[in-house]
Design a protein around this ligand. Structure first.
Ligand code: PMP
Length: 383
């Protein structure tokens, strides 16, 4: 089978160094090598979210487990939270909260936008919340929320939980400085590791809240059961996926070797290059301009291009993109550009996009996409 370039909004392409780490023989989950790697991964994860104090957790599971654990460990049944929702994953937070008897209010934006800080200010001045929860980048809509501005509005009053699944490691998230109490994330997007790990970083305040709550309706999901293992990974609570942890450790090394500022800048340049290319082809975005996320683009189909056929033809030319989720299904495709995606992979994807559109008899100026992307990536590289 010929390998295809995975440009869905996660999992993102896995770098050969990470694949190599994943493929090493499975070792004991308490072997000294894995203990050291886990310690390194936890320390690196805290660096990525600019957290000096607080606790990091790396647990087998996915982003949804991290969402559930973030809520369960900081909010009790009967307490009230405010969910700031740009769409699909805010709605998921609401459903999770309801499963555990948490009272939820939701402040929603239209899809393609994010809730505005002034709306948040108004709402938090009227209600008292045990936590405010926001998605950083909604993977269905491509919208990035102004989370730093949100945090300023309630940083001393309530716990702020940030869903960074489609942002952490690709877009800046400064936990201590901004006053974020919980960042939840997953391995498979901006870290570029394979799926399989739920990631959480909790501030000291969030940890104190957990400790003050007494028993919670979870066992695997109770961070207090995991805390001793995170402090000393030679201890046992539940068998960790050692191969995946080695892969993730390598992924965090790649992130830090690149340098966080450079990595965030690269994500922003790549997004800009892809968008300039899409626009040169006459394609337009679903997401409204001020909310565009650096990690994915949600692209509207022009008239006459049919979703499934387009994605099949694109895949036949070596590139996999995702269809729309929820209310956008059939009307957009979603292209991820996060993690360790390289300039040559971006060029390959744009050439394949042009070839796909040509095969579907869509009219555009041939070569326009590549030329537009190069004008961004190569002129900036020279500076
Ligand atoms: N939050 C966001 C913003 C996401 O993009 C996703 C996954 N696409 C999730 C949560 C859930 O993560 P997972 O699919 O790993 O459970």
């Amino acid at each position: 089978m010929q390998e295809k370039l995975l440009m869905i909004p996660g999992p993102s392409p896995v770098h050969p160094r990470i694949i190599h780490a994943l493929s090493l023989p499975t070792i004991s989950h308490v072997a000294p090598e894995i203990v050291d790697e886990m310690k390194e991964a936890l320390a690196n994860l805290k660096k990525v979210v600019f957290c000096e104090r607080g606790e990091a957790f790396i647990i087998s599971g996915s982003g949804t487990l991290a969402m559930e654990m973030a809520l369960l460990n900081t909010v009790k049944a009967g307490e009230r939270i405010l969910v700031l929702s740009q769409g699909f994953f805010g709605e998921r937070m609401l459903k999770i909260a309801r499963c555990f008897g948490i009272e939820v209010e939701i402040l929603e934006s239209r899809w393609g936008r994010a809730v505005l800080p002034k709306e948040v200010k108004d709402r938090v001045s009227r209600g008292k919340y045990a936590a405010v929860v926001s998605t950083h980048v909604d993977t269905a809509t491509g919208a990035c929320a102004p989370v730093r501005q949100y945090a300023e509005l309630f940083r001393d009053e309530t716990i702020f939980i940030l869903d960074g699944v489609c942002a952490t490691g690709g877009i800046e998230e400064k936990m201590d400085e901004w006053g974020v109490d919980v960042i939840l994330s997953a391995a498979q997007k901006c870290f570029g590791a394979p799926p399989g790990l739920a990631l959480l970083v909790l501030s000291e305040r969030a940890m104190e809240k957990r400790k003050s709550m007494g028993p919670i309706p979870a066992y695997y999901g109770d961070l207090l059961n995991w805390l001793p293992v995170m402090k000393d990974p030679s201890k046992y609570f539940s068998t960790p996926c050692v191969n995946e942890i080695r892969a993730f450790t390598e992924a965090t090394r790649i992130v830090l070797e690149e340098g966080l500022e450079k990595r965030f800048h690269r994500h922003s340049q790549t997004a800009q290059a892809i968008r300039t290319a899409l626009s040169a082809l006459g394609l337009s975005l679903f997401t409204e301009e001020p909310f565009l996320a650096d990690t994915l683009s949600v692209v509207k189909y022009p008239e006459g291009i049919e979703d499934e056929l387009f994605r099949r033809e694109f895949a036949a030319r070596g590139v996999i993109v995702a269809g729309g989720l929820g209310e956008t299904k059939g009307t957009v495709f979603r292209m991820g550009h996060m993690g360790n995606i390289s300039q040559s992979q971006v060029y390959f994807a744009l050439e394949a996009l042009e070839a796909t559109l040509s095969s579907l008899e869509y009219e555009f100026h041939k070569g326009a996409a590549l030329e537009a992307a190069k004008s961004i990536l190569e002129s900036k590289a020279k500076n």
